[in-house]
Ligand binder design. Structure first.
Ligand code: 6R9
Length: 660
């Protein structure tokens, strides 16, 4: 089981919700929270049906709420039809928000542009009309490889409007990763930009897509639509490539959206698993959107006056649910940021909160930790140098937030008045699952508190029995929920195997995280139980990195583990056996660089090992299993105190213990 799962957290500080916020909250007080939980327990399907009818506009109302006949392939609202984009845009034109700002976009260089709901609707309609005119049809797949921009939201929404299933690929991923996704989805269209602007630098995007398409097998791709962001010269394939502006030229700004089945695949998003290639997590439409909208209202207590800012990239699930869909479905004004938190200096986030008067701020622990460091070094970029009084709620996502970082965030960003919502969820869950509610839950630093109403979370042992309070175990969700993963794209067996293991009965969702509940029933996440690392909030399979390393001509064998890191949460450390003998120091540094660049090229810079160590061999059991637990100890520079008697080659530990 996971490294940290046995550790017992002792955190006694408790922060009650501010009275003024609680009085006006969408879920006001624990009694209101409990009432919703009780409603869900008493009449599970009635609860979800009520919310789905209240929250969404259906072009064909559903009768059926939950279909469990093919479990774990659960279906929600399956005889209903709706249009996701119409629920995000047209609905807001009808309910008086047409002139409300939908998006405040701040570019890398600080240029600000705004679009109202009316304008965003017009832009989405125009692009959707262009897609329809070019012959793209519901059910076909579209790869989106775009920088953070209004265009990224337009592209996603336009796909949703036409029932095209999008798969957004994070701009930091390599041509190779793009290629895998193009093949796996059999995409018919790719939407990209010439380049992206980050931290004052131009980072080309289209060349990676060109390379990916040249790797072969992508014959299904009929066109590449290119948004001109940076004015960069790009290679052009006549007949295939078209500029965004030309593509949509002359298209009308209205579009009558058609309803699609509630289960229609809205998007596929790839995420790392413990084995093999990343999994294409397939999400549906109705249930996903319901949860995206509801959690905006519940977790972020969204009000019409709020200025919401989620700093995630649209290439991750957080950017899907809390940028492209949730805020729009909830009629929010949101900030979208192109750049990085450290440019032009590490005060960028705080300066933006100040200038846009953000009220709800949602970011990742890794960003918080790196900004703690910078502001300790330079008072000018410390949050105290900015007016952050507009904030009322601050959130965290992506990885466990350590109590020290939580306290700093609470004190320096939240001014000790903003509840911190530490939201636990996953690509597969579609939206928040465990989180404090700002107007109800007393928070404890480092705990994601309780499940949202309707989410039946538990901590169980390997046979599925609930463990006692204070004991570590597996985090599971015992009943399905509307926003859950529907399938692993094209691989239903992997879906079942990964998430609904037979040992737990085959219908209970296994999250892949270890957890424990304390005496007050608070949940504490203890990290992954599988070989998945979390680097700066990004999931990375150790196997994924290992298979890339061994694919290099110099490498015979490799083992990858995670080492705790002050800033990135975990850092990738690779133990490598070369085909040639163990290199001397100078050569080792050279080979390490070559391999790091190789991993960066094959997967993306986030997968780059922070450290590579070379040895003649890897520590293995007599049956040939690599003992990663020992490698973790070695990588942390600790003495090996574990039992090494089952080791085939104990001497190897000393050799691997030496850092370069
Ligand atoms: C939304 C997102 C999911 C994994 C998840 C867990 C970790 C996310 C967390 C957290 C502790 C939190 N994780 N939020 N761990 N506390 N608040 O991040 O999705 O990229 O799929 O990652 O991230 O390990 O299993 P995804």
């Amino acid at each position: 089981m996971a490294n940290g799962i046995e550790s017992v957290l002792v955190e006694t500080r408790v922060f009650p919700p501010p009275a003024a916020l609680a009085a006006k909250a969408n879920i006001a007080g624990m009694d209101a929270y409990r009432a919703l939980c009780t409603e869900a327990e008493r009449d599970f399907t009635g609860f979800w049906a009520r919310l789905a009818r209240e929250q969404l506009q259906w072009t064909r109302p559903f009768e059926q709420v939950l279909d469990e006949s093919q479990a774990p392939f659960y279906k929600w609202f399956a005889d209903g039809e709706l249009n996701v984009s119409a629920n995000c845009l047209d609905a807001n034109l009808q309910n008086g928000r047409a002139d409300k700002t939908a998006i405040i976009f701040e570019a890398d260089d600080g240029t600000v542009s705004r679009v109202t709901y009316r304008e965003l609707h017009a832009r989405v309609c125009r692009f959707a009309n262009a897609l329809a005119a070019a012959g793209y049809q519901a059910g076909e797949r579209v790869i989106i490889y775009l920088p953070m921009s209004i265009e990224a939201v337009v592209a996603m929404q336009a796909c949703a409007r036409l029932g095209l299933t999008h798969s957004v690929v994070f701009g930091g991923f390599s041509a190779k990763s793009l290629h895998e996704r193009l093949l796996d989805t059999q995409a018919v269209l790719a939407i990209t930009a010439d380049a992206q602007m980050r931290g004052g630098r131009r980072i080309p995007l289209k060349p990676a897509l060109d390379d990916a398409l040249a790797m072969g097998g992508c014959e299904a791709v009929r066109q590449v639509v290119v948004y001109r962001r940076a004015g960069e010269d790009v290679a052009w394939t006549e007949g295939r490539d078209t500029w965004w502006s030309e593509f949509e030229q002359g298209q009308p700004e209205t579009h009558q959206a058609q309803g699609f089945n509630a289960e229609h695949p809205l998007f596929i998003l790839y995420t790392s698993g413990s084995t093999g290639k990343p999994k294409g997590v397939q999400h549906g439409s109705g249930g996903y959107l319901l949860w995206a909208k509801l959690t905006m209202q519940w977790t972020f207590d969204l009000k019409d006056e709020d200025i919401f800012w989620c700093t995630a990239d649209v290439g991750w699930i957080t950017g899907h649910t809390y940028i492209a869909y949730g805020p729009l479905a909830a009629g929010a004004t949101q900030i979208i940021f192109e750049g990085v938190p450290t440019y032009p200096d590490a005060g960028r986030f705080w300066r933006m909160i100040q200038s846009h008067k953000a009220t709800v701020f949602y970011t990742a622990p890794t960003a918080i930790r790196s900004l703690i460091k910078s502001s300790e070094a330079d008072a000018k970029v410390h949050p105290a140098s900015f007016d952050l009084s507009s904030l009322r709620i601050i959130g965290s996502v992506g990885e466990p937030i350590n109590p020290e970082a939580w306290m700093w965030y609470h004190k320096n960003v939240g001014g000790e008045r903003c509840p911190v919502v530490d939201t636990w969820w996953q690509t597969e869950t579609g939206g928040h699952m465990l989180t404090p509610l700002p107007g109800a839950t007393a928070t404890k630093p480092g705990s994601c508190a309780f499940p949202l109403p309707g989410i039946m979370a538990a901590v169980v042992d390997e046979t599925g029995n609930e463990v006692e309070r204070g004991q570590g175990g597996l985090l599971v969700i015992k009943r399905p929920w509307p926003a859950m993963i529907r399938n692993v794209w094209g691989d239903p067996e992997r879906f079942k195997k990964s998430y609904f293991p037979p040992e737990l009965g085959g219908t209970i969702y296994l999250a892949g995280d270890g957890a424990q509940r304390d005496a007050d029933d608070y949940f504490w996440i203890m990290g992954r139980i599988d070989d998945v690392l979390n680097v700066s909030g990004h999931r990375l399979g150790t196997m994924e990195v290992e298979s890339v390393l061994v694919a290099h001509e110099l490498v015979a064998e490799a083992a990858v583990i995670g080492r705790p890191d002050d800033v990135t949460g975990e850092a990738v450390v690779a133990f490598v056996v070369l085909k040639q003998s163990v290199p001397g120091d100078e050569e080792a540094a050279q080979v390490a660089k070559t391999l790091r660049d190789w991993v960066s090229k094959e997967i993306g810079p986030i997968a780059k090992p922070k450290e590579i160590r070379f040895g003649e061999n890897l520590p293995k059991t007599r049956s040939g299993k690599i003992m990663r637990r020992l490698l973790r100890t070695v990588a942390q520079g600790q003495e090996v105190t574990q039992d090494t008697s089952t080791l085939e080659n104990p001497a190897i530990l000393q050799q691997l213990g030496k850092a370069l």
